[in-house]
Design a protein. Structure first.
Length: 190
């Protein structure tokens, strides 16, 4: 898809120093919100390459006593989130992306999820190549996050983006899930 290629080129054009500074600004912005303070569970991607860096967010969340979960690809169709209690225990998969161990005891517990009082108690940070003001995201094309978002209704889904990733319109169909919020270093879309 042409839009994915263009989005990758835009991301590649952001200098590493700028990406690092903007990622820190996003982490500071997020961790200062009441929504973050109230959250008990943080589900987040583990950034790689030129994505918004989530490693400091993971460190702060663990330090703040949050239960942190990261994704693990189990098959061509399935992604689950497993608890991260120490980032030193993460391992790279065959695509070079860090993942937690696949331990049944560390699986994000659906029983806890359905008993949450408010969606804001569980924040899910979602990656993307491009985002738009209608809260849609363009992922990498495999559909893992859309399928997972469809399963979890009691959560606050937040796209993390550099301002350069915002586009006029992301093409979407019935399989694409919209987010609750998109946060860039320059503000939020909701």
């Amino acid at each position: 898809m042409e839009m994915r290629r263009e989005a990758r080129q835009k991301l590649d054009a952001i200098p590493a120093q700028v990406r690092n500074r903007q990622s820190r600004a996003l982490t500071d912005m997020i961790t200062s919100t009441e929504m973050y303070q109230d959250a008990q569970y943080i589900l987040t991607y583990l950034s790689s390459g030129n994505e918004v860096d989530t490693w400091e967010l993971v460190r702060r969340s663990l330090k703040d006593g949050k239960k942190v979960y990261a994704p693990k690809i189990l098959s061509e169709e399935t992604m689950e989130f497993y608890e991260v209690d120490d980032i030193d225990h993460l391992k790279k998969n065959k695509m070079g992306i860090y993942e937690p161990d696949e331990s049944p005891a560390a699986l994000f517990p659906y029983q806890i999820h359905i008993s949450l009082d408010r969606a804001q108690q569980c924040i899910m940070f979602v990656p993307g190549l491009a985002f738009d003001g209608k809260l849609r995201r363009l992922g990498r094309g495999r559909g893992y996050y859309d399928r997972y978002l469809r399963r979890l209704r009691k959560k606050m889904s937040i796209g993390l983006a550099f301002n350069e990733q915002m586009v006029q319109e992301v093409p979407a169909d019935s399989r694409d899930e919209t987010l609750d919020l998109i946060v860039t270093e320059q503000g939020a879309y909701f």
